[in-house]
Design a protein around this ligand. Structure first.
Ligand SMILES: C[S@@+](CC[C@H](N)C(=O)[O-])C[C@H]1O[C@@H](n2cnc3c(N)ncnc32)[C@H](O)[C@@H]1O
Length: 829
């Protein structure tokens, strides 16, 4: 047995006593079982890896606390099964199957790629019921692959179409015989690791208004499909729209709505939603412990936090709880509405009813979606009405043609005591509308006229509402790409807002750069159209305050705000540290961050516009190795203490939350925690004037280093707060953070707990004495690896360095009614 196995060897709980030959063996066994259950809550709830690897032998024998085979395995206290067990895998397959089965294909777009089989023949096929859709095809396939596949399997067909990036393809047949033999062969056939499903195809009614002939657009081949006896995909070709009523019925029978698609937890009471999220986070966090255990190199003892995890149900650290969102309904300050067709073929502004890759392109209005504000819903409705009159076509996701693509509504708030706010509408003072279009192939003059007409419509309709809707800016984003996710540099232009708006009390900023404003912790943030800003401002305020409390900040702290967006985290914490260095790759967000520092009179921040992976190493080197007199900083810190003592409650909260003293967050459930009040007080207190005064006197000695050439100070306490996008941190950033041992504390904020766990595996797994080189051979198959598996693999090549350890975690619910929430974890070493 090698070192790793030794170090990871499961502990026997207690050797069972010798059975008494005079007692009934069944009673004995029951007694023993009862004893075992009492001994350990997780008794036999995981499979013994030694037993499995060594073909049925384990040195602990019956005393092993792990199950020797599936028959011994027990469910866990939360009623789940060891994920490596056949039972769990089978259940996962079943869930997956159910999920797939429930994935109705709700496609309402035209599918005319000029290939054979389109046009009238396809219509005839559809009308005769001779068209089918195939679901679960490999995403990389195009029509040629589908045809080859059919030919190889001896399937006769008339036409076959498949778009790359989708799992759905369309096949039409010459005759009923062809169709029947194809069905027999194809339904349930394995393709890769998926099982093919065949769905019917039916003609769907098409709203006549959507059929205006326009340049480079072919509005034929409309499809509506569903699988498993539900409604179907496909309706074909231009022609008189028929109101078949079928799609609306089928839509009802499917019962899938925008509310289900975007707010799947909306029918649960909010307290239950929080409980649900907490449970799911617990499962995710346990993966960190399991994977760090597995990744621990041979001969290296398991870290203490892994050993101690047994005392807290396998968690890597305590999950302190979940902070609820101050506003539960209408909390989103930004909504991206897709433009598409409803299941009934009506031009619609709302949400896709599912995933495009799975063939869903149907859109429904944001009816009853409780995360959407009333103002955003109204603008979606106004735009939808405008589109019903527009001669410009709606974007077709299958053919990548069309004009109107997306409406984004961004709201800005008034300053004020936000925590009191229960009605989001009353605090919204600014609205930016961003309309995404694709102008390629359209006449410039006609486009300009149409956009002007649209601006007019928005402004007059906004004015007509009671109370009238704020309208601050209208921005046009021109985007040709396949998906609506436009790159940060997609061309933008501002449309002037017709005068009547400003006359009627709307705030119209004609001629100035389009932007809106919001407030966090009494700081004003100016936000440009493409910059990231948390969608739930009030909950974000709590998130940043929590990060600040856990980061253990002080005047001698240098705070790295990694992936800083418009500078929200760094700027709200700047008054508590010596200096902030923010790193962000989106140029307009960086210029917003600089502007925001200015607006709020904050001088101790430097923002670097770059990918963190490109600059993190050099920046740490710059700040950590420059020989500067630390005493100067200490002196400065003393001065600051004096300034601070005259500040408001914000500072008393800070004092109380010095990391050494503030163990309350660790010990008390958030519901009861008085620290929550302190987090709240951080959000609310600290007037702008106070902050400005403090900033001015505090930072006169420290100069910022905008271009990296101004001398910079060395700081005693180096802290990083990272808030990466969903994919998590780039591996090089993880490597740099891990290998700079002066960085002792890291607060990780994540909107995707899976990525947090994957990154934490790399940050927290002990390094081997000798690191493995990630060779070609080892990298093979990485595409199929889970994010945790990949992280374990990367951890092996981590340069020798002291690992971090997870200290505590807490969730903040920024997204009520959805399964998502932010997770914050404190890592220290
Ligand atoms: C989740 S947002 C957080 C922004 C900010 N901390 C906040 O709360 O408003 C992630 C940010 O990371 C930026 N980003 C994504 N990849 C990056 C990279 N490789 N380097 C630096 N910034 C990146 C995005 O542009 C985005 O602004």
């Amino acid at each position: 047995m090698d070192g790793q196995e030794l170090s990871n060897q499961p502990d026997p709980i207690e050797a069972p006593s010798e059975p008494n030959p005079n007692t009934d063996p069944a009673t004995e066994k029951r007694k023993r079982d009862d004893q075992e259950k009492e001994q350990h809550p997780l008794w036999k709830t995981s499979l013994c890896s030694f037993f499995r690897r060594s073909n049925g032998s384990c040195s602990h024998g019956d005393a092993c606390r792990y199950a020797h085979g599936e028959s011994e395995l027990r469910p866990r206290p939360d009623n789940t099964w060891d994920p490596t067990s056949e039972r769990a895998k089978k259940m996962a397959r079943k869930d997956e199957g159910e999920k797939e089965g429930g994935n109705d294909v709700m496609m309402t777009e035209a599918f005319s790629d000029g290939e054979e089989g389109g046009g009238s023949s396809a219509v005839a096929a559809a009308e005769g019921g001779l068209s089918k859709c195939l679901v679960n095809l490999p995403m990389r396939w195009i029509s040629d692959n589908l045809r080859n596949f059919l030919n190889e399997n001896g399937i006769s067909f008339k036409s076959a179409k498949k778009k790359k990036g989708m799992v759905v393809g369309f096949v039409s047949f010459e005759s009923a015989e062809q169709l029947h033999s194809a069905l027999k062969e194809l339904d349930g056939k394995s393709v890769g690791n998926k099982t093919l499903k065949v769905g019917d195809v039916m003609q769907r009614s098409v709203d006549k208004k959507s059929k205006v002939a326009l340049p480079s657009v072919e509005e034929n081949d409309q499809k509506t499909v569903s699988i498993n006896g539900n409604s179907e995909l496909i309706d074909l070709e231009d022609g008189e729209p028929t109101d078949d009523g079928l799609t609306s019925n089928s839509s009802d029978s499917r019962g899938r709505s925008a509310r289900d698609a975007v707010t799947p937890l909306a029918d649960m009471p909010y307290a239950d939603q929080l409980e649900h999220k907490k449970k799911s986070l617990i499962q995710t966090l346990k993966r960190l412990t399991r994977n760090a255990r597995k990744a621990c190199p041979n001969g290296i003892p398991l870290p203490e936090w892994v050993l101690k995890s047994r005392e807290i149900g396998g968690l890597p650290c305590k999950l302190e709880g979940i902070l609820e969102s101050p506003l539960v309904n209408g909390y989103r300050n930004k909504c991206e509405f897709s433009v598409g067709y409803s299941l009934q073929g009506k031009p619609t502004v709302g949400f896709l009813l599912g995933n495009f890759r799975e063939g869903v392109t149907a859109v429904q209005e944001p009816v009853d979606c409780p995360n959407v504000s009333r103002i955003a819903s109204r603008y979606a409705a106004i735009f939808e009405e405008f589109l019903s009159q527009s001669s410009f076509p709606i974007w077709n996701r299958l053919n990548n043609t069309g004009f109107w693509r997306q409406l984004t509504v961004r709201e800005g708030k008034k300053p004020g005591n936000s925590a009191e706010v229960k009605n989001s509408d009353s605090t919204v003072s600014e609205v930016m509308l961003m309309v995404q279009v694709c102008t390629a192939g359209f006449d410039d003059e006609k486009v300009n006229n149409e956009l002007q007409r649209m601006a007019q419509e928005f402004s007059s309709r906004a004015t007509a509402e009671t109370p009238c809707l704020p309208l601050t800016a209208i921005v046009i984003q021109d985007h040709k790409g396949i998906s609506n996710a436009a790159p940060a540099d997609a061309p933008l232009r501002s449309l002037p807002i017709p005068k009547e708006c400003s006359d009627s009390g709307l705030v119209a900023h004609d001629g100035v750069e389009a932007r809106i404003h919001d407030y966090i912790s009494n700081l004003q943030f100016s936000i440009s159209p493409m910059a990231f800003f948390q969608v739930n401002t009030l909950a974000a305020e709590k998130l940043y305050a929590l990060a600040g409390v856990w980061a253990g900040l002080g005047p001698d702290t240098l705070l790295f705000d990694i992936c800083c967006g418009t500078g929200t985290i760094g700027l709200t914490l700047a008054h508590r540290v010596g200096m902030v260095v923010g790193i962000e790759m989106n140029a307009s967000a960086v210029s917003d961050a600089e502007r925001n520092a200015d607006i709020n009179g904050i001088k101790n921040c430097r923002f670097v516009c770059a990918k963190a992976e490109d600059v993190m190493g050099p920046l740490l080197k710059e700040y950590l190795t420059l020989s500067q007199k630390q005493e100067e900083i200490v002196e400065l810190a003393k001065d600051n203490k004096e300034i601070k003592s005259s500040e408001t409650t914000l500072d008393s909260a800070e004092g109380a939350l010095e990391p050494e003293e503030s163990s309350c967050l660790e010990q008390i459930e958030p519901e009861e925690c008085s620290c929550l009040e302190q987090i709240n007080s951080q959000c609310e207190s600290g007037s702008l004037e106070n902050r400005k005064k403090a900033a001015e006197s505090k930072y006169q000695i420290i100069s910022t280093s905008d271009n990296g050439t101004t001398p910079v100070k060395q700081f005693k306490n180096i802290v990083a707060i990272v808030d990466p996008p969903r994919v998590g941190l780039h591996p090089s950033v993880i490597k740099v953070l891990r290998s700079h041992s002066t960085l002792r504390r890291l607060v990780y904020i994540s909107c995707n707990p899976d990525s947090l766990v994957a990154n934490a595996i790399e940050l927290c797994t002990p390094s081997a004495d000798k690191t493995e080189k990630g060779g070609q051979k080892n990298n093979r198959g990485w595409r199929n690896m889970s994010s945790a598996g990949l992280a374990r693999h990367r951890a092996k090549s981590m340069p020798y360095s002291e690992p971090f350890k997870p200290v505590k975690a807490m969730a903040v619910d920024l997204f009520p009614h959805t399964p998502h929430c932010e997770l914050v974890m404190l890592l220290e070493r």
